[in-house]
Design a protein around this ligand. Sequence first.
Ligand SMILES: Nc1ncnc2c1ncn2[C@@H]1O[C@H](COP(=O)(O)OP(=O)(O)OP(=O)(O)O)[C@@H](O)[C@H]1O
Ligand SMILES: O=C(O)C1=C[C@@H](O)[C@@H](O)[C@H](O)C1
Ligand SMILES: [Mg+2]
Length: 176
Amino acid sequence: MLALSSLFLVGPMGAGKSTLGRMLADLLDKTFVDSDRVIEERAGADIPWIFDLEGEPGFRVREIQVIDELTRQPDLVLATGGGAVVRPENRAALAGRGIVVYLRTSVPTQLARTSKDRNRPLLQKPDPRQILTDLLAAREPHYTAIADLTVDTDHIHPRALAEQIVQYYLEHHENA
Ligand SMILES: Nc1ncnc2c1ncn2[C@@H]1O[C@H](COP(=O)(O)OP(=O)(O)OP(=O)(O)O)[C@@H](O)[C@H]1O
Ligand SMILES: O=C(O)C1=C[C@@H](O)[C@@H](O)[C@H](O)C1
Ligand SMILES: [Mg+2]
């Protein structure tokens, strides 16, 4: 049984971390937080601006700070940025301080779910399919390594997925 009270959602862009995070917080009576949004609020700038001005390394420094703070708080559902797991500091914080759920999602599904949205600087290049394929190959071992639960998101409605995750939480959390 796990004594940890927060749920951390990890997975690639378009996995549904933000969508599911809101539903889970509602179902489990927890507070939803999205690390990308907190980074933007603190910087007073959106993610494309941060990438333009500071590059990905600058964004990752901000992300490490925010994830360190948020993972110390009880009773959150935290949607993390798709690339948070590339930094070992984030992997340690996520794995040690809450229940980690990996939303496994294929590249075609990621593409379909992110195609209308210009807010992801890493995809604003000529071949997003190749970029997502390379990112997933590099990151999948990290997502898997820290996950307590892995769920496939390709062919399931977010509501049904949220119910599966709630079921797991209720079975594995001692104070649920
Ligand atoms: N299981 C699902 N089935 C179908 N559509 C979904 C599912 N989960 C999310 N979506 C849709 O996919 C899009 C992307 O979802 P969302 O923004 O929650 O992903 P994310 O993991 O937070 O992405 P990012 O890392 O870029 O913030 C949204 O339009 C959402 O409605
Ligand atoms: O996959 C990534 O590296 C990113 C995903 C987004 O959630 C944001 O954190 C940012 O656009 C970087
Ligand atoms: Mg999101």
